[in-house]
Design a protein around this ligand. Structure first.
Ligand SMILES: Nc1ncnc2c1ncn2[C@@H]1O[C@H](COP(=O)(O)OP(=O)(O)O)[C@@H](O)[C@H]1O
Ligand SMILES: N[C@@H](CCOP(=O)(O)O)C(=O)O
Length: 326
């Protein structure tokens, strides 16, 4: 069976941690980068439109290219040349998982285009993406869609998908400023008190229950002691917004390593679920938006990464987990 010479890869933004579940929970959001990647006779061409245009490199150091090369090396394949055309809508350095999306796109492209591969191995892709990214909590929802739990074993990262309660509506607050994830990780202490570890374990377990069965518990289920306060000096506006939203009863968290803030609104008329009228909630959140920030309701992306062959004579290539588009 002939592999496609080119593929279109669509990868979603993700919000990691969701409060207490540091490095292990994440949510895919309806905001995507789309990349056309083609094998050519030689050389490397990189074009970037949208987020990062004119700023991201267009050579071998481009993150999608680096991830593609890492995957082709694992697959034992050396393509002659490569053409990459990216249309990005995920802002970089904001805590929306742009680097995980880039890594996922590059690794999936290698699997989709490699002539010796019949189908994408979802486990191998998750393992390599997590190694390249350094933690699995963004790449797991990027690949699988919805909300995921992810963890690392001696043989690599693994992930499980959660069925998110459909009343939960993510609303993202996006500042103009950026914070590199590696710098934010450097702000965290080597160790934490046992009481804080116990708090994180309890709240993370509660978070899963609240996300899947009882959204009324989201405010308590998103309480964090492991990273948000420790990183606050690097993003004081985010910390202030977070405190204000939580004091008003919104289940708000720092998105990933920040500086975006994510609020999990609970929509619908079901008072037992702690829901307010949808319009009231979204209006209240919009009114809380600081000057210079953008308030973006972003529904959960249930699908995750999508791979579409752009030529060749066989059906869409996918990991089996990521969806496919006709
Ligand atoms: N679409 C992309 N294409 C190429 N490189 C990217 C892309 N998105 C992110 N990156 C790289 O990752 C960096 C941002 O990663 P990171 O600090 O983890 O922020 P984020 O929270 O957005 O993932 C960028 O500065 C860039 O080097
Ligand atoms: N668990 C990580 C998540 C980083 O997410 P990003 O979207 O900021 O890359 C962390 O908190 O460092």
């Amino acid at each position: 069976m002939e592999q496609p010479a080119a593929a279109r890869i669509r990868v979603p933004a993700t919000s990691a941690n969701l409060g207490p579940a540091y490095d292990c929970a994440g949510l895919a959001l309806s905001c995507w980068d789309s990349l056309d990647i083609a094998v050519t006779d030689g050389g490397l061409t990189v074009e970037v439109a949208g987020a990062g245009a004119g700023e991201l490199p267009t050579d071998e150091s481009h993150l999608v290219v680096r991830a593609f090369r890492a995957a082709t090396a694992e697959l034992g394949w050396t393509p002659a040349g490569l053409r990459l055309s990216a249309r990005n809508t995920i802002p970089q350095g904001r805590g929306m998982g742009s680097s995980a999306a880039a890594v996922t796109a590059g690794v999936l492209a290698a699997w989709a285009l490699c002539p010796d591969v019949a189908e994408v191995d979802a486990e191998a892709v998750l393992r390599l993406c997590s190694e390249l990214e350094g933690h699995p909590d963004n790449v797991a929802p990027c690949l699988l869609g919805g909300a995921t739990l992810s963890w690392t074993t001696p043989s690599g990262a693994r992930a499980a998908r959660l069925a998110v309660d459909p009343r939960i509506a993510p609303v993202l607050f996006v500042p103009a400023t950026t914070l590199a994830t590696h710098l934010a990780r450097g702000l965290l202490p080597e160790t934490v008190p046992h009481a804080d570890a116990a708090h994180a374990a309890g709240r993370s377990a509660l978070l899963v229950h609240a996300l899947t069965r009882d959204p009324a518990l989201l405010l308590e289920g998103t309480e964090d002691r492991l990273h948000q306060a420790q990183r606050a000096p690097a993003m004081p506006e985010s910390a202030a917004l977070l405190a204000r939203l939580r004091a008003d009863g919104h289940a708000a968290v720092v998105s990933g390593a920040g500086p975006c803030v994510l609020a999990l609104a609970v929509l619908g008329p079901d008072e037992d679920a702690g829901a307010l009228d949808a319009a009231v909630q979204v209006r209240a959140l919009r009114e809380a938006t600081p000057a210079g920030w953008e308030c973006r309701p972003l529904p959960v992306d249930p699908t995750g990464a999508v791979v579409t062959p752009l030529s060749g004579d066989h059906d869409a290539v996918s990991s089996g987990a990521p969806g496919t588009h006709p």
